[in-house]
Design a protein around this ligand. Structure first.
Ligand SMILES: NC(=O)c1ccc[n+]([C@@H]2O[C@H](COP(=O)([O-])OP(=O)(O)OC[C@H]3O[C@@H](n4cnc5c(N)ncnc54)[C@H](O)[C@@H]3O)[C@@H](O)[C@H]2O)c1
Ligand SMILES: O=C(O)C(=O)C[C@@H](O)[C@H](O)[C@H](O)COP(=O)(O)O
Ligand SMILES: [Zn+2]
Length: 348
């Protein structure tokens, strides 16, 4: 089993092993200090994996109920959150009990925010089942829901008590959802790890799955190191937002027809085209193309920059954004918001 220890306001481990989902009952009980859990999941993941998890908990002498909501980004909203709070009340969840997020980033972000706020804070554990969630969203404690004003605009920093990563769950992922995770992996390569970028560049959507363990370990280690230095996103952590300033705008502009991974892929390429040497952008676009991810988004740039105004890297009139002048070398830059808009809107 691989163990990557995260040191933040709460210390915890990310455990990576094939088949772990079926055997994780005692690990969950140990990390949670309770025998009462609520599993939060979406309808697709529920069909595939709730039974295994319930069995594992039962074997460890734990009781659990499942809260299941419709899959998709549209569910990461206040409506689902309020239903979850009601469910937690009905289940008699107390401050010593624990939530389990079983699913992708939507489940993880929503569950984490519920855990941060219900009874002013209870424990939660992440069991990520998409590549994106295993390499990124389950680690680091950013939790959030979307509101009509924008992506992730209501949230909290709340670290999980444990992350259980079973790469076997990736075998049931449709190809395009695996690619969403690869978009974030390319991000890690671009900001910090040329070796990871080369590995991703040497593969494609048809042959990358056997590389999942290596990709998970490299990405989680990068995120762990960044979060240890800047848990609350005031400096270095902003590197993890490469491609997201535009990406979040694209998600919203497309009314979530572009998934998060697709929007981040397009956002990285569109930003790189305006801030990096053509050779760097060409390599990025080549790698993104290997995985059938978009490299562009067809909308007037003014409409996208208008949506960037709510970005959480904006402080008053100034916006921080991330550029990669070379592969593996992410840098945070600052500009006035009008200057950022002008830079993006200038034709190439
Ligand atoms: N908190 C963070 O640090 C962070 C980081 C990155 C992304 N995010 C957020 O994560 C979300 C995107 O996450 P995502 O891409 O995992 O999307 P998702 O949670 O919507 O999952 C994608 C789809 O895959 C299905 N699915 C999940 N696991 C499966 C499996 N093993 N087999 C088959 N189908 C499965 C789900 O039902 C869903 O339909 C966005 O809301 C994004 O903002 C958060
Ligand atoms: O963990 C982080 O920090 C990230 O930025 C990871 C991103 O991949 C993720 O999409 C995050 O939710 C974006 O955060 P936001 O602060 O821009 O909402
Ligand atoms: Zn992201």
């Amino acid at each position: 089993m691989r163990r990557i220890s995260v040191h933040a306001s709460t210390d915890y481990d990310v455990l990576v092993e094939h088949g772990l989902l079926r055997q994780c009952g005692s690990l969950l009980a140990g990390a949670a200090v309770t025998r009462h859990f609520v599993i939060v999941t979406d309808d697709t993941v529920d069909e595939l994996y709730s039974k295994d998890l319930l069995h594992a908990l039962d074997m460890a002498g734990c009781k659990a109920e499942c809260f299941v909501f419709p899959h998709g980004e549209a569910s990461k909203c206040s409506g689902t959150l309020l239903k979850l709070y009601d469910f937690l009340c009905e289940s008699g969840i107390t401050r010593s009990d624990c939530l389990i997020a079983l699913g992708g980033g939507v489940v993880g972000d929503l569950t984490g925010f519920a855990a941060a706020t219900f009874l002013r804070g209870i424990r939660y554990i992440q069991i990520p089942t998409t590549l994106l969630a295993q390499i990124d969203s389950s680690v680091g404690g950013k939790t959030a829901i979307n509101i009509p004003g924008g992506k992730n605009l209501v949230g909290a920093f709340k670290q999980p008590s444990l992350v259980i990563c079973d790469p076997d769950t990736l075998k049931t992922l449709p190809g395009h959802i695996l690619s969403d995770g690869i978009a974030e992996a390319i991000k890690y390569g671009m900001i910090r790890d040329p070796g990871l970028f080369a590995l991703l560049d040497a593969h494609n959507s048809d042959n990358v799955l056997p590389q999942a363990d290596e990709i998970i370990a490299r990405c989680v280690t990068i995120k762990r190191d960044i979060v240890a230095k800047d848990e609350f996103d005031t400096g270095e952590r902003m590197l993890l937002n490469f491609g997201h300033t535009l990406g979040h705008a694209i998600e919203r502009h497309s009314e979530f027809a572009y998934t998060h991974g697709q929007a981040v892929a397009a956002g990285m390429c569109m930003l790189s085209a305006r801030t990096a040497a053509p050779a760097v952008t060409a390599r990025l676009i080549g790698c993104v193309n290997n995985y059938g991810l978009p490299t562009d988004y067809d909308a007037p740039m003014q409409e996208l920059t208008a949506l960037c105004g709510h970005d959480k890297k904006r402080m008053g009139g100034e916006l921080s954004y991330v550029v990669c002048p070379a592969i593996g070398q992410g840098e945070i830059r600052k500009a006035s918001f009008p200057d950022f808009c002008r830079m993006m809107e200038e034709s190439l």
